[in-house]
Design a protein around this ligand. Sequence first.
Ligand SMILES: [Fe+2]
Ligand SMILES: [Fe+2]
Length: 358
Amino acid sequence: MTQGKVSPEELERFYASTDQASLAPGWLRRGEERPEVVPFLWKWSEVEPLVMRSGEVVTPDRDVQRRVLRLANPALGHGTTHTISAALQLLLPGECAPAHRHTPTAIRWILQGEGVYTTVQGDKCYMERGDLVLTPSWTWHDHNSEGDAPMIWLDGLDTPLVHNLHATFFENYPEDEQPVTGTGESIQKYASGALRPAWEDTKLPYSQLWHYKWDRTYDALWNLAQVDSSPFDDVAMEYSDPATGGSVLATMACWIQLIRPGIHTRAHRHTTSAVYQVFEGEGYSIIDGQRFDWSPGDLFVVPSWSWHEFGNDSSQEAILFSIQDNPVIKSLALFREEAYEENAGHQSVTGKFSGLQR
Ligand SMILES: [Fe+2]
Ligand SMILES: [Fe+2]
């Protein structure tokens, strides 16, 4: 910094008076530090017993609302990335997670269990492994078990973003369960892909199809694999709003990704962040030079502007589900992407992730 024509004492007095006047000299850049989101991986073998144990520790009711264990990024303490909060939710047989709505948007990615439905705006959606269920901003939703097995799913919310935008609102429904007006209606109306009800407005900021079934997802992945793939993501598909072809939600995108046996993708980085769940198979990601080996059930974070690439050395397919903040970054014209050019697109591995060093 170039010193002005004042003595050090006068400078200190000047800073004292700007502090007094609630003015911050821009050249000092005080208070502009932000916590870096770090790449991290949660092992399913460590997480699942704690999720199951949470079933003995607490019961969902109006106080608890939801029995969730959040994936807290070690650098943040709250939030999995700076925009996304992912969590594991457990619902036991016969339980009800009561109806409410909130401005943060949520997605549910079903990991295991059966006999549970989520009612979204009156539409009863029976959840099965590999299904994606959306509960867009300000839609009523409650989760109910009528099965005899526990269900675990991954919740993904944009709460860190909405919180920072000071736009968080929440409302309880008067009863635990909202009235059911239909079963699977959004699928009947909107899951036909290229066809939609002709008379409806298509300008909603979220998909009106809020239940994406696994069998269709899996077929779509392998159909794409026959004809094309990405050098950075192998066979990657974004769940889309059938009315617009765009992302399913205004703030979050959901992806399903097949990393075929023997594939090692090229590295790139971009200004979007993502939380991944390993749905099937084994493989690895290299994130900013660090190798993260993953196996079924594991969850990991790719922060914004981190180099990343994927590999599958096994003889089985690997399937990754992810929640990404692409829609908000792109709609604000802040998307930037860069390919890793050296070493045929592969980073040098400088270390292997071995958990939190406490
Ligand atoms: Fe909720
Ligand atoms: Fe990427």
